[in-house]
Each structure stands twice: as C-alpha cells, then as structure tokens.
Design a protein around this ligand. Structure first.
Ligand code: NAD
Length: 429
C-alpha cells in the first residue's frame, strides 16, 4: 500500500525519535488518533515510564499515555533497529548551543545516523528539531543518502517546526497550526497529509529552508521584543516611570501593538537559544544579525540587573547582599512549569551566592535544585524565619501573593506578580 493510503487509513506506522517536551505530546496525539506509534529514546528511564503508562511531561496526561499504551497504539524503545519498520519518522531531539554559542547538531546527527542505517524505500523522514535554515538539505539529506537511496524519489524528506508552548492551556499540539516544507512537492504533500490526520490546520511552504526560517523568525521575534521591553524597563526605572502601567495602557490600542513584559531574563530551550542558530548561519553569508545580538546582550544582562535591584532594596535597610538571607520565589524558567533549562533564577542564585548571600528558594514545581556545588530543597514558606529579602523570579499561580508583603521585609518583584498591591517594601522591576 502507498504511504498516502496508509496515512489516510491510519495504518502508517509512526516513529518518533526523542520523547521530550516535543516528541511525547506528538507521539500521544498520533496514538490517540489511531496510528501505531513507536517512540525511540536513548533515555531508558523515559522508555520505562511510557511503557509503564506514565507521563513525565506536565502537558501530557498520564491517562492519555495509559489509554494509548493499553490500546497498543503507543510503545517506547531504545532499540533503533525498529526504525526500519516505520513508515514515517519524526526527529524531535535537542538542538542546544555549544559554549561558543555555535549550533550543536550532534543529537540530530546521531538520530540521522540511526535512521540512515535502517532507511528503506518509501519512508518519510521529518525533522522537527529547531535548527538553522539549510540543516535538512545540507546536513540531513546528504547523510541519509550515503546509504544509496535518493531523497525525493526513494524516500521522502521534510522539515516541520514544532511550536508547542509548555504550560499553555489554550493551545495544544492539535490546535497549533503546523508548518510543513519538503525537499520536493511529494515530500511536502506526504508530510502535510500525515500531520493533517492529527492537527487541525497544516500550512504548506515551498521549501525546507522556509519552514526552518519560519520557526527562527517566530522565536527571534519574541527574543527581540522581550529585549526591547527589558530595555524600556531599565530606562523607565531611571526616569521613575512604572513600566508595567505603561505596557498596560499601551495594550489598550486595538491594533499595531502587542504587549511583551520585562522579566529576570530568558529561559527554556527555545528563546535564549534558537536566535543564535540564525545569527550563526547568517554570519556564514557575511550577514551580521544585529537585532539578535543586541537582544541577546540586553536579555543576558537582566539577572545582573535584578541583583543590582536587590542590592538597592537591601540598601534601604542599611544592609548588604553579603550576609543577607535572600529567598527566591519560583526558580523554573516560567510560570506553572517545572522546566529549569536556562532559567535566569540560576544566574541570580549564582550571582547572589558569589556576593556572599545565603540563598534559599520555594518552588512548588521544583522540589530540589542542584546547580554547581549548590544543592537546595524547596522550603515551605510558612516555616521561613529571618529572610531579609524575597525575590519573585517566577510568578507561579500557586503562590500566596496576598501574604507576601507581611511575610517578607523586602520584596523584589521581577514579574509584577504583586500588581495593584501598594506597599513600601515592594520593589518592582
Ligand atoms: N521545549 C519546547 O518548548 C520546544 C518547543 C518548540 C520546539 N522545540 C525544539 O524541539 C527539539 C526538542 O526539544 P525538547 O524540548 O523536546 O527536548 P527534550 O530534551 O525535552 O527531549 C529530547 C529527547 O531526545 C532524546 N534524545 C537525545 N538524543 C537522542 C538520540 N540520538 N536518539 C533518541 N533520542 C534522543 C533525549 O533523551 C530526550 O528525551 C529542540 O530542537 C527544541 O529546540 C522545543
């Protein structure tokens, strides 16, 4: 049976490589729509959890994993030889930066090597990992073709960026439109058919490079606008203007303005990283991506600015950071998630400890925090004594904000979580 028919009849076997924040929701979505899904991961613990019917990703319900596993529509394995049996393979592995801020494609290369060794005629391979324009046709395609099969004729190849937003209760895998670009028309069509079977809206673009660039534009747009608003926040503080009130009032304009909010710095696996994939690639064409570099500079300096504001707050009580007890409220990189990747709270923690502060934290999503030689447990707020200053780094909904102005002598609020509360001990970003 042709792949197109198999997709239509939901008989196509789908393999997902990398069962993380991106791969697991996708695997479950395919499985719950009747596809036979195999998840491939090098992490034996994750494989065990899935096969034991448990989810380890906040946005994926354990009940859904259990249902998919029970119906024998979903299974996980570390055995890459099973890739040969798949009709469609989605690659969802990490794409971090090296210390030098260059792209680290080693996970993608490793996954592609695993596919190459089992590639067979008629298979559809889709890269979902966020990466620079040109990765699919310059890196993935030649590697897969080393086995002798030709992309576009013997097998199909496409890029489709993932747009999942962890913690977002409004949009899910199914309702976020999916952009698809193949190396030729047939690859685009097959990838669009596959996603069209589980996702409400599929947007076809003319090439893999366009699809790759779409994702980087989206994330650069966020990084640059956050950088702009952080810069406006710094400027407003100097001018004694409440930036939060300014943003709220500007947001009443029904067109031509979109609110972004200042904060302690960027976090997560996307916004602090992806724009540098683009600037790296642009540099190879002799183009300097100035907005990306500038936004990176402003956003990267926010943790140090927060520490400066903590110092200012303590100064009003004739205290120094050195020797003070400073309590961080929320350490995950954003509201209501447990993800600590690139979290600015880690930089704040490090800067404070280096200046001699005694740091503790509370985060209902992060029971233990290990960073360098620091190893802390989330403290119960009601049992805290002698805190000199609390710092709201992440505005989790579970915090008791109303109690904070009485509980802590000083509060540095980096998220405007205490909006509307007027008290002399609150210092807003
Ligand atoms: N997290 C997000 O919100 C998000 C959103 C959109 C796009 N993305 C992009 O999606 C990609 C994946 O991100 P993520 O957040 O899901 O990462 P993740 O770290 O949560 O998951 C990646 C998984 O891949 C596995 N893995 C690594 N190498 C492997 C290999 N060779 N074979 C099999 N499995 C392997 C890891 O064990 C891990 O389980 C990245 O390119 C990221 O930029 C992430």
């Amino acid at each position: 049976m042709e792949l197109k028919d198999k997709i239509q009849k939901r008989q196509a076997k789908v393999g997902i490589i990398g069962l993380g924040y991106v791969g697991l929701p996708l695997a479950v979505e395919f499985a719950l729509h009747g596809f036979n899904v195999t998840g491939f991961d090098v992490d034996t613990w994750k494989v065990g959890e899935i096969n034991g019917s448990r989810s380890y990703i906040g946005d994926v319900k354990t009940a859904d994993v259990a249902r998919a596993v029970e119906q024998q529509k979903l299974r996980a394995t570390t055995d890459m030889s099973k890739l040969h049996d798949m009709d469609a393979i989605d690659i969802c592995v990490p794409t971090p930066l090296r210390k030098t801020r260059d792209p680290d494609l080693s996970y993608v290369v490793q996954a592609v090597e695993a596919v190459k060794a089992r590639l067979r005629r008629g298979q559809l391979v889709i890269l979902e990992s966020t990466t620079y324009p040109g990765t699919t046709d310059e890196v993935v395609q030649p590697a897969l073709e080393e086995g002798g099969l030709k992309a576009g004729t013997d097998f199909h190849l496409a890029f489709s960026p993932e747009r999942v937003d962890p913690g977002n209760v409004k949009y899910s895998t199914k309702t976020i439109p999916k952009v698809v670009g193949g190396i030729n028309r047939e690859s685009t069509d097959l990838a669009a058919d596959l996603y069209g079977a589980i996702i409400d809206t599929v947007v076809r673009v003319s090439s893999t490079q366009v699809a790759e660039m779409v994702k980087l534009l989206e994330n650069t747009f966020r990084a640059v606008n956050i950088g702009l608003v952080n810069d406006i926040a710094l400027m407003s503080h100097r001018m004694n203007i409440d930036v939060w009130e300014v943003i709220d009032a500007a947001s009443t304009k029904p067109f031509g303005f979109m609110p972004f909010y200042p904060g302690p710095g960027l976090g997560g696996h996307c916004i602090p990283i992806d724009p540098f994939y683009l600037s790296w690639k642009a540099r190879q064409s002799g183009f300097e991506a100035r907005f990306i570099e500038l936004a990176g500079h402003v956003n990267g300096s926010m943790p140090a600015y927060v520490v400066e504001r903590i110092s200012e707050a303590l100064n009003t009580r004739k205290k120094a950071i050195n020797g003070s007890r400073i309590h961080l409220l929320g350490v995950a990189y954003k509201k209501d998630v447990s993800d600590m990747r690139e979290s600015p709270a880690l930089d704040i923690l490090e800067l404070l400890e280096r200046r001699g502060a005694q740091v503790s934290y509370t985060d209902p999503y992060v029971p233990r925090l290990q960073h360098g030689i620091t190893d802390l447990r989330s403290a119960d707020e009601s049992s805290l004594n002698g805190i000199d200053c609390a710092v709201i780094c992440t505005n989790h909904a579970a915090f008791d904000y109303a109690a904070m102005p009485q509980r802590y002598p000083l509060i540095v609020d980096t998220r405007n979580a205490l909006k509307g509360v007027e008290a002399k001990n609150i210092f807003r970003l």
